[in-house]
Design a protein around this ligand. Structure first.
Ligand SMILES: Cc1ncc(COP(=O)(O)O)c(C=O)c1O
Length: 369
């Protein structure tokens, strides 16, 4: 049997190991100068004025929303098709998630559904959007709408490090952008996250919340948390950031290979990259036109890793049903949850690996025909 091809695998080289040893040898293994350097380098890479490193993408979302002033009871528009951390971060702040449907072509929330939500729920004060799977949302009309309805944008870029929309990086459109450095992501620190912003006050507040609300005079001026990143994690991140463009180029090359060799397969639809966008393929997500389960069995039998992101839309998760969202209907998100499957596109994928993925998919006979 051929070797298992995982859905994700971080690329860790001697450079990361050496840098981690530098931190361990220094004795400063909690937060410190490596974290500061990663913040500076990440902000520079993104073209934003400031950055605040955190312990995860989830805590980055939490502090960004709180630092943006989200108060208990305030409504935040977001997507039902994401990892649950997106909308949970609204709940952590006492906010009320309001969901709107996605565009099934891009998997991202559409300007049309955002507009309809703003009209139906005038209390919406924030838009927490997600650039899902590595593709930016359609930012020009979304920015216009948010300006018109006086809504503050926070961007969840956990899956879109380096993605572009008409030449501008995802995470630089709203008041703040947040990132995850979990090992499956386009770059990793093991666990870790980052908030970026051009607004100095937002970064200052994020840093306060990250570290027990300690002010400049050493007193605790607000209720904060311990959401710190360690120097060990930052050391890994510094090396990964240097290679982020290379990793993304490899993801794009793998995606281009799949597009070349799978575009005529009748039982799947391939992900799109609209004109003017640079997709960074955090995931390469197929849409099934035939029942999904037997196809997943076929991938499994051939030792090809896959994952369904996400099998249950957030509003239909047990937690959100308990909160009263169970009767909401988002037909496109609910349909996608039944049809999507992501296949390996990560930068550690070898040429033979992606050939095997293509061969396996092309061999599949829906309905056993
Ligand atoms: C869209 C999205 N938001 C938030 C998160 C949370 O990031 P983390 O796992 O680093 O807490 C993730 C990561 O899984 C994600 O994919």
């Amino acid at each position: 049997m051929s070797e298992f091809i995982p859905i994700a695998r971080p690329v860790i080289t001697q450079a990361e190991k050496d840098k981690v040893m530098e931190v361990l040898d220094s004795g400063m293994i909690s937060t410190g100068k490596w974290v500061k350097e990663l913040e500076d380098n990440f902000a520079r890479y993104m073209g934003e004025a400031g950055a605040c490193a955190t312990s995860s993408g989830t805590t980055a979302l939490h502090v960004a929303l709180a630092a943006a002033g989200l108060n208990p009871g305030e409504r935040v528009l977001t997507t039902p098709m994401s990892f649950i951390a997106t909308s949970n971060s609204i709940l952590y702040c006492g906010g009320m998630p309001v969901f709107c449907d996605i565009d099934p072509d891009t998997f991202n929330i559409s300007p049309e559904s955002i507009k309809a939500a703003f009209e139906q729920v005038p209390e919406i004060k924030y838009l927490l959007l997600v650039h899902l799977f590595g593709l930016s949302c359609d930012m020009a009309p979304i920015m216009d709408l948010c300006k018109k309805y006086n809504v503050t944008i926070i961007e969840d870029c956990a899956q879109s490090h380096g993605a572009l929309y008409h030449g501008k990086k995802a995470g630089t459109f709203g008041l703040a952008g947040t990132f995850s450095f979990y090992p499956t992501k386009n770059m990793t620190t093991g666990e870790g996250g980052m908030v970026i912003s051009d607004d100095a006050g937002l970064i200052e507040n994020s840093k306060l919340l990250r570290e027990h609300g300690i002010g400049k005079d050493g007193t605790h001026i607000t209720l904060g948390y311990n959401f710190r990143m360690t120097n060990i994690e930052a050391a890994i991140g510094l090396c990964q950031l240097e290679r982020l463009d290379e990793f993304n180029a490899k993801r794009r090359e793998n995606a281009a290979y799949y597009k070349e060799h799978l575009s005529d397969v009748p039982f799947i639809e391939l992900p799109v990259e609209p004109v003017g966008y640079v997709h960074v393929y955090h995931q390469f997500t197929l849409k099934m036109k035939v029942p999904r389960e037997p196809f997943l069995e076929h991938l499994k039998a051939n030792n090809i890793g896959y994952k369904v992101y996400y099998p249950i839309p957030i509003h239909l998760q047990p937690l959100y049903k308990k909160l009263g969202y169970g009767d909401c209907r988002f037909p496109a998100a609910e349909d996608m949850a039944k049809r999507v499957v992501s296949i390996p596109v990560h930068p550690a994928l070898g040429e033979r690996d992606r050939e095997r993925v293509v061969e396996c998919i092309r061999q599949y006979k829906p309905g056993g025909a």
